[in-house]
Design a protein around this ligand. Structure first.
Ligand code: T3D
Length: 260
């Protein structure tokens, strides 16, 4: 069904692999459309209770395919290109009601860094590397990087990384909380899948409401945050998994979450 990505349902985890290793999984129009479709499918089918996003070969994702026909000729009209290719995708990822974990297996550059940042968690191989890349070719940050990066590393570091386009090692990214967990290259995907399986067996609606609360309340007033928490808690309280969680606690047994 897809040519530029692989989509696999492993138990209740959707494993999405960017599959253009010959160009470091750079994003051309087709890859962008397929990736968007894959996230849409996760939501509409409702079979996956967690997603893992990774790259085939040595790289995670090199960002915009700079050799794609029209990349320069359409340069006077980048706003629409960015809106159509990246904004829809990044917004879809953030709104997805299941956890998305990036297994960053290699270089994540430009919009590829953006893809990793738009995942809820980032697990990385010790030889992963990150670069804002945009300024190196005279562009400004896009694909949500100017939103997510300063929230993780602070404004000064985000500006430094964006202006210099330095290549940041996995270890440095880990020290700055860009990466949640580091693994040896040969165990990264296996460990990330194992973690995603754990999340997929959890109270999925509670996780979805948690994701909504954390992202929505990151900025804004305390009053708004408290009210939003009350509304989301009301939804959580109506789920099967809440009742099951409390019963299991009282009965001193492991809860059997259904994601309902
Ligand atoms: O146009 C718009 O819509 C605006 C939106 C822009 C969003 C953006 O993402 S702008 C930023 C674009 N990305 C970059 O500038 C990154 C360019 N690539 C690199 O800096 C490096 O390749 C990496 C750090 C990603 C990886 O380095 P390394 O040494 O591990 O691999 P490599 O040897 O450089 O790359 C492997 C191959 O992939 C190579 O091809 P070859 O020589 O073996 O035939 C290389 O040319 C190709 N490749 C890497 N990045 C891209 C690419 N081909 C097309 N587009 C790329 N972005």
């Amino acid at each position: 069904m897809y040519e530029m990505i692989q989509f696999e349902l492993v138990g209740q985890v959707a494993k999405i692999t960017l599959n253009r290793p010959q160009v470091a999984n750079a994003i051309n129009t087709q890859l962008g459309q397929e990736l968007y479709d894959a996230f849409k499918r996760v939501e509409s089918e409702g079979k996956a209770r967690a997603v893992v996003l990774t790259g085939m070969g040595r790289a995670f994702c090199a960002g915009q395919d700079l050799s794609e026909q029209g990349a320069i000729s359409s340069a006077d009209h980048l706003a629409n290109a960015v809106r159509e290719r990246y904004n829809l995708l990044i917004a879809k990822m953030q709104a997805l009601p299941v956890p998305i974990i990036a297994a960053v297996n290699g270089a994540a550059a430009g919009a590829g860094f953006g893809l990793a940042l738009a995942c809820d968690l980032r697990f990385a191989s010790t030889d992963a590397k990150f670069t804002m890349a945009f300024s190196k070719i005279g562009l400004a940050p896009d694909s949500g990087t100017s939103y997510f990066l300063p929230r993780l590393v602070g404004i000064g570091k985000a500006l430094e990384w964006a202006w210099t386009a330095d290549v940041i090692s996995a270890d440095t990214a880990y020290q700055h909380s860009v990466v949640n967990r580091l693994f040896a290259p040969e165990t990264l995907v296996e460990e990330t899948m194992a973690f995603a399986m754990q999340l997929a067996a959890g109270p999925t609606q509670s996780f979805a409401l948690t994701k909504q609360a954390i992202y929505s309340n990151f900025s804004g007033s305390l009053a708004d945050a408290l009210e939003r928490e009350a509304v989301l808690q009301d939804k959580a309280g109506r789920t099967h998994d809440f009742r099951e969680g409390v019963l299991a606690f009282v009965q001193k047994r492991k809860p059997d979450y259904k994601g309902e």
